[in-house]
Ligand binder design. Structure first.
Ligand code: SAM
Length: 225
């Protein structure tokens, strides 16, 4: 199957048929070459319905999860988006393809540098940073949307503080041992509203407002989100 038809069937069967309705998300996912974000020996699996190992004990998320997060964040052209957990850079590339102004932060320097080079080579305009994304990116705040691609024991306060009024934070939260829930927090004029979305399974968010370094995923090449 060519990468174009792989992408088309991913959009049709993995996304549209499972509740992704946001046309901007579907168009962007249909345009970004996922095979360019996975290691060469994984490229044949780029449009499979699951996460894939990208090295460093980390993964590129399942396409459906990337789409669910972008749909939940209601990303619109021209909005400022912070992507926490650059990983391969795929999620950031899809947000950029939706016309958002994207900053992306990754704690692992090797992964972050590879993603920076890849995004630049593919022509996606994303500002990449290496650092602790639980602290947000105060110099680029406020954000219309913040998307966190790793699971946190609680909501990192710097991230809610860096939301614009009307801004959305989409983050997987740990809800007990081996249980995680995707949550959307919307900043209103008078405070924050929290909505629980789907059950998910992400690697841990490691940082000052997340898990300690000892919780980092070992580099075992295993598959996970
Ligand atoms: N969105 C990515 C993609 O499209 O490839 C997948 C992200 S992967 C599931 C989660 C990433 O979060 C990992 O690369 C991990 O190193 C990173 N991460 C974990 N804690 C972090 C933190 N505090 N700040 C920034 N990145 C973090």
């Amino acid at each position: 199957m060519s990468s174009v038809s792989g992408r088309q069937s991913m959009v049709e069967y993995q996304l549209k048929r499972r509740g992704i309705e946001d046309e901007a998300v579907l168009a962007a996912m249909g345009s970004v070459p996922r095979e360019a974000f996975v290691p060469e020996h994984m490229q044949a699996f780029a449009y499979e319905d699951g996460p894939l190992s990208i090295g460093g004990g980390q993964t590129i998320s399942q396409p459906l999860i990337v789409a669910e997060m972008l749909q939940a964040a209601r990303v619109r052209p021209g909005e400022r988006v912070l992507d926490v957990g650059t990983g391969s850079g795929y999620g950031a590339a899809v947000a950029a393809a939706m016309g958002a102004i994207v900053s992306s932060i990754e704690r692992d320097p090797a992964l972050g540098e590879r993603a920076r080079q890849r995004l630049e080579a593919l022509g996606y305009k994303v500002e990449t940073r290496i650092g602790d994304g639980t602290l947000g990116l105060p110099e680029a705040a406020p954000f219309d949307a913040i998307i966190v691609a790793a699971a946190s024991p609680g909501v990192p306060e710097p991230l809610t503080e860096q939301l614009a009024v009307g801004g959305r934070l989409v983050i997987p939260l740990e809800r007990g041992p081996a249980s995680q829930r995707l949550v959307r927090i919307t900043r209103g004029e008078d405070g924050f509203r929290e909505e629980a979305l789907s059950r998910v399974s992400f690697v841990p968010l490691i940082g000052a407002h997340g898990r300690p370094e000892s919780a980092a995923t070992p580099d075992d090449g295993s598959r996970g989100k």
